[in-house]
Structure formats: structure tokens, C-alpha cells
Write a protein that binds this ligand. Structure first.
Ligand code: ADE
Length: 228
């Protein structure tokens, strides 16, 4: 079974509508929709926004549904000049831009328990995502996606995240899901369509584009599963 996590309703609405033989299980306040999507067994859930909710959701998918991979789909703020609105960032690695124990001598972003700043997404799932995007004619950039409990809408913060972590995009869940997958030895990939540029204009852009961008990321996720 494959897990699919979106942070917000709009990120999974379209996909849920196409699930067949659906069973809904409510755990920790989250509805888990299990069923078949294009012939593949999946469980899909709207986790809620931020690292804690998404980690709870991912860990539940591991323990209660025995998922063998997790796809995180949704929107992101673009950091790379190569990503325009609606285009898609695919994570080859994820990191947490707000993880900071530098006060005790660690590098910024280090997750000390596993001694890593960057967690690798699964190369096979990354390749599947790239192939699906090509098929749909969607421009993608594969690289680092940075997560933190912060809607980034500040040019200095944006520049710091981009330059320090060499990140393509910023969002609020992917790296938490990545960390859960890492400790459980489960492959994952993060697919994010750009809704804004994480600058001072981000809130207005986000409001206008997040729905369209979210649908783009879901379309790509579905295309990947058709190939699975
Ligand atoms: N998701 C979409 N845009 C974002 C931004 N600018 N910061 C964090 N998460 C986002």
C-alpha cells in the first residue's frame, strides 16, 4: 500500500474523488481514506499544516496501514529562479530550515538524533515523478526541498534558505514526512507545485494560485501511480 499525504483539503480533494472501494478510518483526528487509485492500493490523508501534524500522519500510515512508500503532494514557495508558478519541485533531498542547535555547536539544520541535515528521497520514486511530469508536459526541478513551521514571505529569509541549503522550494511538511520515513526505512518522495515565490508578495500569490497549483501536484501524483 502507498501512502499519499497532503497538508490541506484542496491538496487531496481531486484524488479522493477518484478513489475506489473506499474505507475511512479516523485516527488522531485525521481521516485516512484507503482504497484503490488506478489499480494501486493507497491510503490518502489530509494531515494538517506543519511538521508535527504531517509526522503524526506519516507515522500512523506506517504503523496502522503498513505503507511501503509515502508520497507527499502539495504546494510550495519557489526559491529557484527556474521554477515559475505552477511548475513543480521534486525533492531529491529534504531538510528542515528551522532546525537549529547551532547554539551548542551543531551546523544549522542538523537533526542531531540521526546526525544529518539532508535526508534523501527515494531515487526510484523521484525518477517516476520526473517521468510522469514529462508525460504531462510539466516543467520540474529536482533538488532540495526545505521545510519549516513558517510560511516564508520575507526576501531575506527566502535568500538565506535558498543559499544555505541550496533549496529549490520551501514548504511546511515534506522534511517531517521524510524524517519519519527515514527512521522507519521507508521510501518517500515530495512533489510540490509552486504557488508563490516566498517573497513579500507570497501571501497574495498563494491565495490566488494555491488551488490550481495543488491540483497540478495531484495530477502528477496520479500519473505516477498509473505507472506504479
Ligand atoms: N507553501 C506554499 N508557499 C509557501 C511558503 N511561501 N512558505 C511555506 N510554505 C509554503
Amino acid at each position: 500500500m502507498i501512502g499519499i499525504i497532503g497538508a490541506m483539503k484542496v491538496e487531496l480533494e481531486a484524488l479522493k474523488a477518484r478513489l475506489q472501494d473506499v474505507t475511512v478510518t479516523r485516527i488522531s483526528g485525521v481521516d485516512f481514506y484507503s482504497g484503490k487509485l488506478h489499480g494501486t492500493d493507497v491510503v490518502a490523508a489530509v494531515s494538517g499544516v506543519g511538521k508535527v501534524f504531517s509526522a503524526v500522519c506519516a507515522q500512523t500510515m506506517v504503523l496502522k496501514f503498513g505503507v511501503k512508500a509515502i508520497i507527499n503532494t502539495g504546494v510550495a514557495g519557489g526559491l529557484s529562479p527556474n521554477l515559475k508558478l505552477g511548475e513543480v519541485a521534486i525533492a531529491s533531498q529534504v531538510c528542515q530550515h528551522d532546525m537549529d542547535t547551532s547554539g551548542v555547536g551543531d551546523p544549522k539544520g542538523l537533526i542531531s538524533g540521526i546526525n544529518k541535515v539532508f535526508i534523501d528521497a527515494d531515487p526510484l520514486w523521484v525518477a517516476k515523478a520526473e517521468k510522469a511530469a514529462q508525460k504531462l508536459g510539466i516543467h520540474t526541478e529536482t533538488g532540495v526541498i526545505a521545510s519549516g513551521d513558517q510560511f516564508v514571505c520575507d526576501t531575506d529569509r527566502k535568500a538565506w534558505i535558498r543559499d544555505f541549503f541550496r533549496a529549490e522550494a520551501v514548504e511546511m511538511e515534506g522534511a517531517a514526512i521524510g524524517q519519519v520515513c527515514f527512521v522507519n526505512e521507508i521510501p518517500f518522495v515530495v512533489i510540490r507545485s509552486i504557488s508563490d515565490d516566498a517573497s513579500g508578495h507570497a501571501p497574495v500569490s498563494y491565495e490566488s494560485f494555491f488551488k490550481e497549483a495543488a491540483q497540478r501536484a495531484v495530477a502528477l501524483t496520479e500519473e505516477m501511480l498509473k505507472e506504479a
